[in-house]
Write a protein that binds this ligand. Sequence first.
Ligand SMILES: Cc1cc2nc3c(=O)[nH]c(=O)nc-3n(C[C@H](O)[C@H](O)[C@H](O)COP(=O)(O)OP(=O)(O)OC[C@H]3O[C@@H](n4cnc5c(N)ncnc54)[C@H](O)[C@@H]3O)c2cc1C
Length: 466
Amino acid sequence: MTAPPIVIVGGGLAGAKTAESLRGWGYDGQLLLVTEEPVRPYERPALSKSYLRGRSGFDDTAVHPEAWYAEHDVELALSTRAVALDPGARKIELEPGGTIAYERLLLATGSRPRRLTVPGADLAGVFCLRTVADADAISAAVTPGRRLVVVGAGWIGTEVAASLRRVGLEVSLVYRSGAPLTRSLGTEIGVVFADLHAEHGVALHPDVTVTAVRGRTAVESVELSDGTSIGADLVVVGLGAEPATELARTAGLAIADGVLTGPGLATSAPDVYAAGDVANVTHSLLSGRVRSEHWWSALTQPPVAAANMLGHPACYDWIPTFTSKQYDVMVEYTGHAPRWDRIVFRGAPASRHFTAFWITDGKVAAGMTVGIPGLERHIRALVAAGAGVSPAVLADPDSELAELAATATRQKKEQSMTHDHAQDRDHPEITEGLRQWYDACPCCMSQALPEVKQALDEERAAAGPV
Ligand SMILES: Cc1cc2nc3c(=O)[nH]c(=O)nc-3n(C[C@H](O)[C@H](O)[C@H](O)COP(=O)(O)OP(=O)(O)OC[C@H]3O[C@@H](n4cnc5c(N)ncnc54)[C@H](O)[C@@H]3O)c2cc1C
């Protein structure tokens, strides 16, 4: 009798990369990827950037070419939703499609956008942006000169404002805080983004909420809590997202802001794993749990989940990273700072050429560069080392970040009371699981994790022939 398949629920980056990693590890059993969307897995970042501006198409953002699935014997169940999970019986119910048994299961159900819940929010012309279908619908409504109201000034809201301003829409950005992006970056940096958008002709409406969307059959205006009414031909809602936990919750898995997993991405149910936006992971290097809604996490968790699914123990300890580009300003953020005590700046924020460090409990919890490429690796090392660098040194442009990172990494090793092999290496962020994956399938790793592959290439070269 053949064993039941490994089933992956969710056709985003995390789901597709887990399929790739399982095959990379040599798993040759039946592999089924179930996704409610009608298209093969794709990556979402372009949806608020080049795809929305018509500069890239679906094939550019698909995780794998169409033929890859047949070539790797990965069965795709498109337009299929997993509606119930029975971890005791190891079965999931699909809609449409009946019930199937699994040997191991990965939940990669991602996030769902928060909706606007005011009167008129269901009028034609009001959009969320999560899927390629959403992006297509928005694009179809875009004509230069039309009036767009973006509700919410987080990452997606600000990126949509920048992208559609660049294609000639009249854009208003409406948000509850005093400046864009303040929840994740703080007010001083938020002001930088407010100025950037204002310079490009975006009308800013801070400190307000939307009270109603008005229109007869389609949106005509948006009413704000300060009494303002803004004329609108389309509205894009960017109010953040919630982890898609419904399947896990009804099955009784442990949930709290996502599906709780251990460091190996195993959930509270036997042989059920989670990865990507939906996973709230016990992080091996950062204290506590991390749920990251970023592309890089959906890329780096799958090899670890796949390794553990196949019985090769591996811990997830990658430091979260994300990038954003708005107009010509490039942002690169590394670390995890849901709260912070202070932000230290190296360079003036107003110059749009600076580095910021978020300090939490005396340690560098995160760092971000604006307009300065190439520092991500050093910031990663500072965060991974839990470094307590003095604010004056962090702020000093003459103190080399590479040296600070090397010193912090060395000190962490010296202070370590227990012997931990991972800390003895030049790249503490590379886990044993990633090393094993490199040994099993360096080609597949070079596609998924080029930086890790390069670091391990260098490490193996330095070690010499075995
Ligand atoms: C517009 C946009 C722009 C972004 N830009 C950036 C960026 O610049 N940088 C960055 O780091 N991150 C960015 N992100 C975030 C990044 O895309 C996510 O972190 C990433 O998509 C998470 O991948 P995932 O596979 O975990 O989940 P998802 O990509 O959300 O995929 C989950 C899939 O599972 C499906 N699904 C859910 N439940 C079920 C079910 N019960 N049955 C079947 N299928 C199900 C969903 O429909 C979806 O197809 C952006 C996100 C969006 C929406």
